[in-house]
Write a protein that binds this ligand. Structure first.
Ligand SMILES: Nc1nc2c(ncn2[C@@H]2O[C@H](COP(=O)(O)OP(=O)(O)OP(=O)(O)O)[C@@H](O)[C@H]2O)c(=O)[nH]1
Ligand SMILES: [Mg+2]
Length: 192
C-alpha cells in the first residue's frame, strides 16, 4: 500500500475546535499497554510517530494525528492500569467517557484487546458504551504473535463471545499480521 502521511497535530484534554473541524476521527481505545500506540505506528509505518512506553498510563490526553491531510487517528489514553492511583484512573476513565459520549462521534472506534489475555471487564464495559452511544466499532486483537495457530480457534471464540461480536481482526505489530487489511478498512470507512 502507498505511503501514509501522518503528522502529530495536538493533544486534547477537553473541548477543542479540532473535535468539530469536520475531518473524520478514527479513534483507538484499549487498556493500558495493549499496544494502541504501536498499532498506530504500524498502520502509518513509522517507528516513532507515537511514543510507546514501558511505563503504561502516562498519556492522559487524546493525541490527534492528521493522516493523509484528510482524517485523524486519535490515540486515546489507556484505561485500567492498576498501578495508577485510583483518582488518576477515574480521571482518565472520565475523560474517555467524555470523548465516547461527545459530539461528533468518531467515524470509527477501534477497540484493541489483547489477543492472548482476551477481553477484560473494562473492554466489555467499553464496547457496551460504544453500543449505547451508536459507535461504529472494529475490534482488533493485538499481540496475535503470542497466540499459536492451534489456539486461534478457541481463543477467537472466547473473544467473540465475551464482546458479543461476530468478527474481529487478528493483529500483530511485530509480524504485521492484519496491518494491510485494517488500514484499508479504516481508510474506506473514513471516506464515507
Ligand atoms: N508481542 C507483541 N508486543 C507488542 C505488540 N504491540 C505492542 N507490543 C508491546 O506492548 C507494549 C505496549 O505498547 P504501547 O503501544 O506503548 O501500548 P499502549 O496501549 O499505547 O500503552 P499506553 O499508552 O500506556 O496505554 C510495548 O512494550 C510494545 O512493544 C505486538 O503486536 N506483539
Ligand atoms: Mg500509548
Amino acid at each position: 500500500m502507498s505511503q501514509i502521511e501522518a503528522v502529530f497535530v495536538k493533544g486534547v484534554i477537553g473541548s477543542d475546535p479540532i473535535l468539530e473541524d469536520g475531518k473524520p476521527q478514527i479513534a483507538f481505545f484499549g487498556r493500558s499497554n495493549v499496544g494502541k500506540s504501536s498499532v498506530i505506528n504500524s498502520l502509518v509505518q513509522r517507528r516513532d510517530l507515537v511514543k510507546t512506553s514501558s511505563t503504561p498510563g502516562r498519556t492522559q490526553q487524546l493525541n490527534f494525528f492528521l493522516i493523509n491531510r484528510s482524517l485523524y487517528f486519535v490515540d486515546v489514553p489507556g484505561y485500567g492500569y492498576a498501578k495508577l492511583p485510583k483518582e488518576v484512573r477515574e480521571k482518565i476513565r472520565g475523560h474517555i467517557l467524555w470523548y465516547i459520549t461527545g459530539a461528533p462521534r468518531p467515524r470509527c472506534s477501534v477497540l484493541i484487546v489483547d489477543a492472548k489475555v482476551g477481553p477484560t471487564a473494562y473492554d466489555i464495559e467499553t464496547i457496551e458504551l460504544f453500543r449505547q452511544h451508536g459507535h461504529v466499532v472494529i475490534v482488533v486483537a493485538n499481540k496475535a504473535d503470542k497466540v499459536s495457530s492451534t489456539a486461534r480457534e478457541a481463543q477467537g471464540e472466547k473473544i467473540r463471545s465475551a464482546l458479543g461480536i461476530s468478527d474481529f481482526v487478528w493483529y500483530s505489530t511485530r509480524t504485521k499480521e492484519g496491518r494491510d487489511s485494517l488500514l484499508r478498512t479504516l481508510l474506506e470507512l473514513a471516506r464515507h
